[in-house]
Ligand binder design. Structure first.
Ligand SMILES: [Zn+2]
Ligand SMILES: [Zn+2]
Ligand SMILES: [Zn+2]
Ligand SMILES: [Zn+2]
Ligand SMILES: [Zn+2]
Ligand SMILES: [Zn+2]
Ligand SMILES: [Zn+2]
Length: 1755
């Protein structure tokens, strides 16, 4: 790099390097004015080192700075060579017991859910693993950067504050000693001096605002005209905007612009131009002009180079300080002291203050450097942490205001340090008492929300984008408040009480601004024009929810505080609503002789607000009075007499009525905003401090007033008073049915009101309301959630409210109420309700939504029927109320309540048309049930002599009084029991009557009077019998009907299977045991099946019929008929590759004839097995294409398939396909129908004949090519050539296939060529046949591999789609030569043959080490017919097949022997014991002889034989598959079952001697010469000399990489990974390739590369080299598996990591520890091995269209 600098600069560098640090330091030690001396030094050297040209050279600058600038400082500080001085300091230091490790972005952090004081207390991985918490319930997250490890902080952990490592340092830490005692006086003095000067210097220069002028003492004498145009980042402009603007402004390439933009984004600023002032200023104005259109312009400054230089050095200094204080706690303390020392300007003039107060003016890079320094100094020193906290609190208002107007994210603001300070309990407490922090935070917050309405409430109506932005920022203040409150005091001092209450006052002020905000009025007639803003108010409420809860928690801890807070809250509420009775005349309501006065108010006509935080806070405090028993202990201190129940209930009641009316459809015209508000009001995020508290407030009110009065007020607010006060309502309605809507509305309102009463009486599970514990409350929530359906852990967590520690408390009770069901291969683990908990089910549980309620009802009734119980869902037995609420139950037996119940029952009995509904009745029955349960409880728990006041049973047995003389409620129930239309409610009514009798008995037994059967029971018994009989009859009918349907169904199914044979097979595949149906073996005896050669088992001709899935027509497969095709998908593959670095460089020139044994680039063909007519497919494809073109014109996005490259979806199963394979009969039998002599040549003879034929052909070819030039000589040469006997090179066989089949042969062949080589289609290309053979061989190899890996038998049940695919593919490859040029195929054969049988005509042949023998076999066998068809000598094709197979097999054995690795601890078996062993040894000796003993001599026969046997197995298996499909010989039964070795069976099937070496012995004469020629190849020699490598056999299985058991180690690995392109920068989306294990920097500009002319992200680029287009990745931060294929296709897949609840955590949102699930990982691996990734993507994209829109190529 130095060479790029100008010579002048190089000269300066040399002089700089001559500078001596020691001498400079010595000079400083002598100096009288050290500051001046140091400043002069800096003024002189800094601009010489930093920023000398357009591009900084950070390494060079740092090197020089260390030498010239920092070196002297270190010498000065140590007073000796720092190489000696620093280790001394380090040794003298007593290391801190705090870890304090500052987290990098993406680093894993751990929090203990059992022991952390709050969720912000975290550990680094190292500390976590050494702590006790690793065995606790912990949560794992990835850090967003910033923040540090809390290990060693005793305030952060309830238990185990130290890990093993830091425990050691904690000894004797109780006595806090001054760290300065470990330093000598001299060092202390020097440290003060130098720290003070350079810290001062750094602060001054970083906060310097002038652009071309330096501070006086740094100004240079001669100033050059060199400037930088400095671009600053903001969060407003996008990357694209910045890149575009830069290209224009500074004339750079896009790549450079991306570089600039990336740095600006990372560091906050970057110089984009260097030169004289004008040159830079020009760029500035272009940038400003270009970016100022919509928003404020980008910030650009033209800065003098010397200023930039000093600033860069200033940053360097701060980092240097950070590292220096790491040597010694004493130095750290000195730095803290220097930093916090008050400057000459008094208040706020310390260096730390100055930095904080200019924070928002600094650029990102500068901020993060000094924040880091603060964290490693001020926050690590216990004494100065306190002092710093005070400074921070004093500046709080200023810092927050700066932050709110600053446009950087919170993590870049010094305000973000609040979490480090406020969460320390002792600091928080100190700041509250000494700095009044609570009040400060709340007041600051209020100051930023200035928009108020006339009543002084917050107003969010006219809510602009800027306000929204500000509002988001202000919310962080609430977070601060939360931090301050998160740890609750254990002791209260008077000061704390006073300051807390002061803060509480401020908080009430805040809530007062919310009480009644966003009021709404019902819209009648017209729909509202604009949806009003509502979200802001709810956001505020949501953010405050925890704070409100915590305020209550604090109050609960101290009786005095609670009493004061209660008083204050009541006072504010009275202020808000005290005057609510003013104005209009009150109205008087009266029913049943009770009357009450109330105000006129209609929810449906006047303003109403959902926001009532003051009322709700008061409700919460009221419950605390009861829970803490303060209400009973100090009643005289409480203003209970001042409470006005009607005032308390008024607003909550209005809010609940509003909900009821919305539900009744009365507010439809108010639009969605209201619906949303009601939704959130009940939602789990808000309900705790909204809906729940409104219920409590009503409960409070009712318990303090006459229930009759309450009910009348309630009727009035529900606008139902009229209905219930005029007794003939029902009758009148049936007379005039005109207002159906109104009736419906009223019915709903009545239902809602009854529901509300049920809730008021039934909801007593909050501690303080009922006599329950917090556990009981959670248990009940869970029981009700699980009553709906079994749920996964995360679903349950989501349905429960979380506290400020993000805990629901669920885990402590879940075992008691539910069973856990483990997950399978898919899906999640589930919790199921224990049956015994079902009795606690309450149909009217208040947290059910409507949908949940009806689902739960259905589920519970179903359960009851399953257990053959009656289906009544009676109210559960409830815990008793706390004394403060005890009188609440009287509402059930109040006159008005009984009157309401009676009225509704009467309506039901009289059945007046519309005037009642079944739900109404159901609710009344439930209420009656509740009252009975209550009474029963009272009776059972009654203490002797105690007068029971709850006498519901007596009251309902009494008939109405004159003049109505209406029947009693009991009587009406008995009537209803027999109403035929009320079947559903019968069980419930029966339950009521039964319970009534039980109570009666109880009462009578307690009064010791004889038990008398009542009329009711008799009736009940008789009806029960009748009912039983009826049910039995119905059940019988149902059974008969079911049977009939079943019979019909199975008939239909048979039909269906006959008709949809193909379809049915498809479904059978899912069954692993399904065997290939099409392989209906012809009748061949099992004994001695032989797949090839003259002895091949003769297979009778089979006729094959298939049905086209498109036209449903059936057709026979013959060579003359129209072509039938299978949908197929061809793809390049590296799944079997042993060398992932290799890929086809230039496809146009690539020669695929010989496959290298590393199988680095194969072509795989797959098929879904669905058959179509070729012409039907063609028509289908054309229509798809046309449709796609039309669609593309309209919408411009990708589909899941790319028509342009021939892709389509199988019309039946939607499987991605890109071509079709024709269906064929075994092609060999067609070519073989010729006269064959019985006398067939031996291998040697055959090779000789073939060699002659090849020779003849080669001569002919040569002639032909020369004859083109001179035709005349032709005849002459021909005479010279002696043609072998029976060989007729002029003969051209007739193609046996129909035109349609020929066309399909060409189509598929061309497609294989096009995809396999990634070239333009060209059916004439000589490589087409090679690609077809190659794809056949590769596909067979990949399937063999899968079967072996899974230990499956070779010919076991194969899914029929695979079976079909392999059969068609093999037969196609065998028939393809008929459509290729004969000379071309012959040429291929000759060359392939020459690889084994030497021929002088070829020079560029690979040696046998570099040939994959199976590919060679397939090529030779499939090319042979092209030669054999011209041979009329009577040699059969099968003879050729057999000889080729034997020859290749022998070559493979030699290959294996060459490459076998000698056994390390050679178990020398001594003398060979078996035939094979001696044979292999003699063969091996021969090889040694031919290679001149270059082959190692040590191997034993036993070992060699073992290696050969193992090495050749895959080849034999592949060959067996190949010949099986080629010739259609059924597989031997032995090979259809699993077993370890089938070596002999394989050999028999393949017509091989079981002693393979017999082959060599039989053909000794020819083989010896062939082997010799193989051994003499120069490459083989090189290999034997160890100069090159070769693949050995068997090739190991390719697997996906090993993943760690614990997910956090992956996170940790990824957090250490930095982007390879942007110098040490942390990658934002580190992504792991599961195939090769590379980590990539995904989804980021920095790592985009160009691929085929397009920009692609790192993952896409990687797939091209690693997976030839397809890839499997793990996005580490998201814990998400990513499948990619091509540039446009991708999908996300469920990751193989599960938490203890059997759930994945995509996005890592929940943070439960994750562990590897091997089964799921295996499933992913299988998808990969089966080449199904692309198919999986296709299915995912079809199922989820949004996946199509994702920009996969940039990942
Ligand atoms: Zn740590
Ligand atoms: Zn530790
Ligand atoms: Zn713990
Ligand atoms: Zn068809
Ligand atoms: Zn299909
Ligand atoms: Zn890879
Ligand atoms: Zn990158």
């Amino acid at each position: 790099m130095a060479s790029e600098l100008e010579p002048e600069v190089q000269a300066t560098e040399r002089t700089l390097l001559e500078c001596s640090a020691e001498e400079t330091a010595a000079k400083w030690l002598q100096a009288t004015d050290l500051t001046k001396e140091v400043y002069q030094h800096l003024a002189h050297y800094v601009p010489k080192i930093y920023c000398r040209g357009p591009n900084p050279f950070p390494q060079k600058e740092d090197m020089l700075a260390q030498h010239v600038l920092l070196g002297p400082m270190e010498w000065y500080l140590c007073g000796e060579d720092p190489a000696l001085g620093f280790p001394k300091l380090e040794q003298a230091n007593k290391p801190s017991h705090l870890c304090g490790r500052v987290f990098k972005v993406g680093e894993p952090t751990y929090s203990c859910r059992d022991c952390a004081v709050d969720p912000t207390c975290v550990l680094c991985m190292e500390c976590f693993l050494g702590s006790i918490h690793k065995d606790h319930r912990y949560r794992m997250t990835t850090s967003g950067g910033g923040g540090f490890c809390d290990c060693g902080d005793t305030e952060a952990w309830k238990e185990g504050p130290f890990c093993q490592k830091h425990e050691l340092n904690s000894a004797g830490m109780e006595v806090e000693e001054d760290p300065l005692v470990h330093l000598s006086e001299d060092v202390i003095a020097r440290a003060y001096n130098i720290f003070a000067i350079i810290f001062q210097y750094a602060v001054e220069i970083l906060t310097w605002e002038k652009e071309s002028e330096l501070p006086a003492d740094l100004e240079m004498i001669e100033k050059s005209d060199t400037y930088y145009c400095m671009l600053f980042n903001d969060e407003v402009h996008t990357y694209e905007q910045v890149i575009y603007t830069l290209q224009k402004a500074v004339n750079c390439t896009q790549k450079e612009a991306i570089g600039f933009a990336t740095t600006v984004d990372r560091d906050g600023r970057r110089s984009v131009r260097y030169g004289d002032f004008q040159y830079c200023d020009q760029a500035k104005s272009v940038i400003v002009r270009n970016t100022s259109r919509q928003t404020k312009p980008l910030k650009v400054q033209v800065m003098h180079s010397s200023i930039v230089a000093h600033q860069n050095f200033g940053l360097k200094l701060l980092s240097w300080l950070g590292s220096i204080i790491g040597y010694s706690d004493g130095l750290r303390r000195i730095l803290c002291q220097v930093g916090l020392q008050e400057g000459p300007d008094g208040e706020n003039s310390s260096l730390v203050d100055r930095l904080m107060r200019t924070d928002s003016k600094l650029w990102k890079g500068a901020r993060s450097v000094y924040h880091q320094l603060f964290m490693s100094s001020l926050l690590m020193d216990l004494k100065y942490k306190k002092l710093f906290a005070v400074r921070f609190a004093k500046n709080y208002e200023r810092l927050q205001s700066d932050y709110v107007t600053d446009d950087h994210d919170r993590e870049f603001s010094v305000a973000d340090l609040s979490v480090q300070i406020f969460t320390v309990p002792s600091l928080a407490r100190m700041l509250i008492t000494e700095e009044n922090l609570m009040t400060t935070i709340i007041k600051t917050f209020m100051d930023h929300l200035k928009q108020r309405d006339a009543q002084g409430r917050f107003q969010f109506e006219r809510y602009t984008a800027l306000q929204a932005f500000k509002f988001r920022r202000v919310q962080s203040l609430i977070l601060d408040l939360k931090y301050v409150l998160i740890s609750k005091p254990t002791e209260w001092s008077d000061e704390l009480r006073q300051k807390f209450l002061e803060g509480f006052d401020a908080f009430l002020e805040l809530l007062k601004c919310m009480q009644g905000m966003d009021p709404i009025t019902r819209q009648v007639g017209q729909h509202i024009e604009m949806e009003p803003e509502w979200e802001a108010a709810f956001t505020l409420q949501m953010k405050l929810t925890h704070v409100i809860s915590m305020m209550q928690d604090w109050c609960a801890l101290d009786e005095k505080v609670l009493i004061e807070a209660y008083k204050k809250c009541l006072a504010v509420l009275t202020q808000c609503h005290g005057g609510f009775t003013d104005g209009e005349q009150p109205v008087t309501l009266s029913i049943c002789g009770h009357s009450v006065e109330t105000i006129r108010y209609c929810v449906s006509q006047e303003k109403v607000s959902i926001h009532l935080p003051i009322s709700r806070l008061l409700a919460g405090l009221h419950v605390l009075l009861s829970k803490s028993e303060v209400a009973y202990k100090f009643p005289e201190l409480l203003p209970l007499s001042e409470l006005s129940p009607p005032m308390l209930i008024e607003h909550p009641l209005r809010c609940l009525v509003l909900c009821a009316q919305v539900h009744a459809g009365m507010w439809r015209r108010n639009g969605f905003s209201l619906v949303n508000q009601i939704y959130y009001y009940h939602n789990v995020k808000c309900r705790r401090e909204m809906f729940d508290k409104d219920i409590v407030m009503l409960q409070t009110g009712v318990s303090m007033m006459d229930p009759n009065h309450f009910l009348m007020i309630m009727l009035s607010r529900f606008e139902l008073y009229q209905i219930f006060s005029s007794p003939d309502y029902g009758k009148r309605l049936s007379a005039e049915i005109t207002h159906k809507d109104v009736v419906q509305q009223n019915n709903t309102l009545i239902e809602e009101m009854l529901y509300l009463i049920i809730m008021l009486v039934g909801e007593r599970y909050s501690p303080g309301v009922g006599q329950v514990s917090a556990m009981d409350e959670i248990k009940r929530e869970i029981i009700h959630q699980l009553s709906i359906k079994p749920m996964a852990h995360s679903e349950l967590v989501k349905s429960l409210p979380e506290d400020e520690n993000k805990e629901t408390g669920m885990e402590s009770v879940i075992e008691a109420v539910a069973h856990f069901r483990k997950p399978g291969l898919t899906g999640r683990g589930m919790y199921e309700l224990k049956p015994e908990c079902a009795k606690e089910f309450n149909l009217y549980f208040y947290h059910f939504s409507r949908a949940e309620q009806s689902k739960a009802e259905e589920a519970q009734r179903k359960l009851k029927r399953q257990h053959r119980e009656d289906s009544a869902l009676p109210p559960p037995v409830l815990p008793p109320f706390c004394p403060l609420f005890a009188s609440l139950v009287n509402i059930l037996q109040s006159d008005v309540m009984l009157y309401i119940m009676g009225t509704i029952l009467r309506w039901a009995v009289e059945r007046h048309g519309y005037a009642w509904s079944e739900s109404m009745l159901q609710r009344v029955l439930h209420l009656i049930g509740m009252a009975l349960q209550e009474e029963k409880q009272h009776l059972e728990n009654a203490v002797e002599e105690h007068v029971l006041t709850f006498t519901f049973t007596q009251k309902i047995s009494k008939p109405g009084e004159a003049p109505n003389n209406s029947p009693s409620i009991l009587a009406m129930l008995e009537t209803l029991q027999n109403a035929p239309s009320l079947e559903v409610h019968k069980d419930m009514i029966r339950w009521i009557l039964k319970t009534f009798n039980t109570i009666k008995k109880l009462r009578e037994s307690s009064s010791t009077s004889p038990v008398v059967e009542t009329e009711g029971t008799i009736m009940e018994e008789s009806t029960r019998d009748k009912d039983k009989a009826e049910r039995k009859r119905k059940a019988e009918i149902a059974r008969l009907r079911r049977e009939k349907i079943m019979a019909q169904m199975s008939e239909m199914q048979r039909h269906f299977i006959d008709e949809n044979r193909e379809l049915f097979q498809q479904t059978l595949e899912l069954d692993a045991s399904a065997s290939a149906v099409l392989d209906s073996s012809p009748m061949v005896s099992d004994t001695a099946l032989t797949a090839l050669g003259p002895a091949q088992t003769q297979v009778p001709e089979q006729r094959q019929f298939v049905t086209c899935i498109l036209c449903q027509e059936e057709q026979e497969v013959t060579e003359e008929s129209r072509a039938m095709v299978l949908a197929a998908f061809i793809q390049r593959s590296t799944v079997l590759s042993k060398n992932r670095t290799k890929f086809i460089q230039d496809p146009e020139k690539y020669d695929p004839l010989f496959m290298h044994p590393d199988l680095s680039c194969g072509t795989h063909t797959g098929s879904c097995g669905h058959v179509m007519h070729a012409h039907c497919w063609q028509r289908y494809f054309d229509s798809v294409q046309a449709k796609e073109q039309r669609r593309q014109q309209r919408l411009r996005f990708h589909t899941s398939y790319d028509v342009e490259s021939g892709e389509f979806l199988c019309p039946l199963c939607e499987c991605l396909s890109n071509t079709v394979i024709p269906l064929l009969l075994p092609p060999r039998s067609i070519f073989n129908r010729r006269l064959i002599f019985s006398d067939q040549p031996s291998l040697a003879q055959w090779i000789r004949t073939i060699s002659q034929q090849i020779k003849a052909l080669l001569v002919l070819r040569k002639e032909e090519s020369s004859s083109n030039a001179a035709t005349s000589k032709n005849s002459e040469n021909r005479n010279e050539l002696e043609l072998p006997e029976g060989f007729k090179p002029n003969f051209h066989p007739k193609n046996p296939y129909s035109d349609s089949i020929k066309e399909m042969l060409t189509t598929f062949g061309t497609a294989t060529y096009k995809v396999g080589l990634k070239v333009h289609p060209n059916e004439e290309d000589p490589r087409v046949p090679i690609m077809c053979w190659g794809s056949c061989a590769y596909t067979i190899q990949s399937i063999e591999r899968i079967l072996s890996d899974e230990d499956k038998p070779l010919f076991g049940p194969l899914p029929c789609r695979l079976d079909d695919c392999l059969r068609s593919l093999t037969r196609f490859a065998a028939a393809h030569w008929t459509v290729a040029s004969l000379p071309v195929v012959q040429g291929h054969f000759c060359k392939l043959f020459a690889a084994l049988v030497p021929n002088d005509s070829y020079e560029d042949l690979p040696c046998i080490l570099d040939i994959d023998m199976f590919h060679l076999l397939v090529g030779l066998v499939l090319a042979l017919p092209a030669l054999q068809c011209q041979d009329f000598s009577g040699i059969s094709l099968s003879t050729g097949d057999l000889h080729i197979f034997h020859l290749v097999t022998m070559a493979h054995i030699v290959q294996i022997l060459f490459t076998s690795r000698p056994e390390e601890n050679g178990m020398d078996q001594g003398n060979p014991t078996s035939e094979e062993e001696s044979a292999v040894l003699s063969l091996y000796r021969m090889l040694q002889q031919y290679t001149g003993s270059a082959l190692k001599a040590t191997a034993s026969g036993w070992h060699l034989w073992r290696s050969v046997k193992a090495g050749i197995m895959p080849f034999l298996k592949c060959s067996a598959l190949f010949f099986h499909y080629l010739n259609g010989v059924p597989s031997p039964p032995d090979l259809q079952v699993p077993g370890t070795s089938h070596f002999e069976h394989l050999c028999n099937y393949l017509s091989l001697p079981t002693n393979l070496f017999g082959l060599f012995q039989e053909n000794r004469e020819i083989m010896n010469s062939l082997i010799e020629s193989w051994c003499h190849d120069s490459e083989v020699k090189r290999y034997l000399r160890g100069e090159r490598d070769a693949i050995s056999y068997p090739r190991g299985a390719n697997k996906l990489i090993d993943l760690p058991e614990d997910y956090s180690s992956l996170i940790n690995q990824a957090s250490n990974f930095s982007c390879p392109k942007s110098g040490g920068d942390k990658s934002r989306a580190p992504t792991l390739c599961l195939v090769c294990g590379s980590l990539l920097c995904s989804q980021s500009y920095c790592c985009q590369t160009e691929l085929e002319g397009e920009d692609v992200g790192a993952c896409t680029a990687h797939t091209y080299s690693c997976g030839s287009g397809a890839g499997i990745f793990l996005r580490v931060r998201e814990c998400q598996v990513l499948f990619l294929a091509g540039k446009t296709k991708g999908c996300f897949y469920s990751p193989p990591y599960l938490d203890d609840y059997g759930e994945t955590d995509q996005g890592l949102r929940r943070g439960n520890p994750l562990h590897l699930c091997r089964e799921r990982f295996k499933k992913i691996q299988k998808l990969w091995q089966q080449h199904s990734v692309t198919e999986e993507i296709g299915h995912a994209q079809e199922a989820n269209q949004t996946l199509v829109g994702i920009d996969w190529q940039h990942l």
